[in-house]
Ligand binder design. Structure first.
Ligand code: ADP
Ligand code: MG
Ligand code: MG
Length: 247
């Protein structure tokens, strides 16, 4: 589904990704762990096509298309979803409005008819229930006044509605209390655990991986994947630290 080869990228002319290789097949969940500043968020931003991140070498093929050639909207329409470490607030735009417009824009660029208001609300209710989000919260402006955990749950509702093929989730577990972590983990499994979907989870901590069991765990250090293993690698990292494990 995603094949990244020798990816090099700079931010503000500073090399951050330095020859990163990663292959993700449909049906797989991959976790990337690594020290602060290793380039984890940079990888997510480069794959999402965020301005300011310049690819200087290498390739990323998503579902047979050169991902790096597509603009961010086309990447989303092709089935890529990015969950951010810091979800943005959008005052004056309700969640429902935002989600419906996002979904219908993506459907439109795939040549599909827009969902009617009624059909959209049914879909939104179903996905909100998965994340234990009240419909009242979906009527409020996007993320405004939401707690950290509510923002992350809201983002997972968005993921459920957009129904991507590949989700890249950057520290979706940060700022979550234990109950919210469980809810978000269950939501990721319900929405994305499927033979035709895949997830790349970026996380600092092993605890999310107790709920969303990865098939592969990678260590990203200094702009490259330096070690790959199974779920046990996450436990080993937590016990021994990055330096001991990835040296
Ligand atoms: P991680 O997510 O692994 O903690 P990041 O990808 O956020 O790491 O950052 C990698 C490096 O890139 C860090 O040294 C960070 O300071 C630098 N960096 C990231 N974004 C910017 C930016 N917009 N301007 C300058 N440096 C940046
Ligand atoms: Mg960081
Ligand atoms: Mg980061």
């Amino acid at each position: 589904m995603l094949k990244i080869t020798n990816l090099h990228a700079t931010v503000a002319d500073k090399p951050i990704l330095k020859g990163l290789d990663l292959a993700i097949n449909a049906g797989e969940i991959h976790a990337i762990m690594g020290p602060n500043g290793a380039g984890k968020s940079t990888l997510a931003n480069v794959l999402g096509g965020r301005p300011g991140y310049e690819v200087t070498d290498g390739s990323a093929i998503f579902d047979g298309q050169d991902l790096l050639d597509l603009d961010p909207h086309a990447r989303a329409a092709a089935g890529l979803f990015l969950g951010f470490q810091y979800p943005v607030e959008i005052p004056g735009v309700s969640n429902v409005q935002f989600l419906r417009e996002s979904l219908n824009a993506q459907r439109g660029s795939r040549g599909e008819a827009p969902l009617s208001g009624g059909d959209f609300l049914r879909l939104a209710k179903e996905k909100a229930a998965l994340l234990k989000m009240d419909m009242d919260m979906l009527k409020r402006p996007v993320n405004v006044g939401f707690s950290g955990g509510e923002k992350k749950r809201n983002e997972m509702v968005q993921m459920g509605i957009l129904d991507p093929k590949l989700a890249i989730l950057d520290e979706t577990d940060s700022g979550l209390d234990i109950d919210a972590l469980r809810t978000v983990g269950a939501g990721i499994n319900a929405i994305m655990r499927s033979p035709d979907k895949a997830v790349l989870l970026i996380t600092h901590y092993q605890r999310l991986l107790d709920y969303v069991k990865p098939d592969f765990v990678h260590v990203l250090a200094d702009g490259r994947i330096v070690k790959t293993g199974g779920p046990e690698l996450a436990h080993q990292l937590e016990e021994e630290g990055y330096e001991a494990v990835a040296a």
